[in-house]
Design a protein around this ligand. Sequence first.
Ligand code: F6P
Length: 323
Amino acid sequence: MKRIGVLTSGGDAPGMNAALRAVVRACAYNNIEVEGIFQGYQGMIEGDFKRLNERSVARILGRGGTILKSSRSKEFMTKEGRKKAYDNLKKHGVDGLITIGGNGTFTGAHVLYQEYGVPVMGIPGSIDNDIYGTDHCIGFDTATNTVVDAVDRIRDTATSHNRLFFVEVMGRNSGFIALKAGIATGAIAIILPEDEMTVEELIETLRATEESGKTSSIVLVAEGSKSGGAYEIARQVNERYDEYETRVSVLGHLQRGGAPSCYDRVLASRMGVAAVDGLLQGRKDVMVGIVNDRESYTSLEEAITRKNLPNRDELRIARILAI
Ligand code: F6P
């Protein structure tokens, strides 16, 4: 392997730059050239390539976002789009590809391998943390800490006004952020797509805690919750229970920004090096992960068809403590 291409795709996540840096430097260490592919798969189709060396990735370790930029390319979902993308890989002499992203990113990489035999290696970066084959995805730790900081602030005003707040956090199909941040901020209830609490159960909890003297509360809602998000749940609760004045706060994209935490920087650095190691060992069509503190590789097929699920014990703990 002489030249590796690298891209970031899908929703960005804090620590993607740290992963890119690790890939580029591990390649330089092994005398392999790197083509940075900008704008994800769309840039691959449009030929947006630029040669990177160890100095091109200086001072990005602690920067949020992705200097490679990202996209969700519709064109890459077509055969014609992928043909153009593959032609550009050949034109630039790329003989291995590292893709940093989530499920959609890996689905694209897997198809590229199946159709054209390109050796592909995935690095899981997604604040949703739902990718199978790794204990944690790059960006999740930072995003969760951002949420904890925001909810702590909301707690102050909720307490001052004796209010009930519904705070919606990201997680398209996943409740990892809601669950971890919910425990860390003492939420009265956590609504996750993987284990939905009904509105009746929620009202029961609110009533019981109010009777024991609670004067304000925070409910964390994952955006992917089947009950319809924070506004809808607040509306349904208000219809049947009006002891509290309520407010809704949707945290949105601020969760995806900011400097990566120490944990994410280290995770991304380890995964970036392991991705290059894996390609050099002849691994392809796989994703690198860290499982029980060890580098490991999972087939992309498995990574995209299975899903990490939040820990049920943590959900139980959250319910015990919300008393
Ligand atoms: O995949 C990460 C994620 O942040 C989800 O939690 C969220 O639903 C989605 O991306 C938002 O995507 P976009 O930035 O394209 O609106």
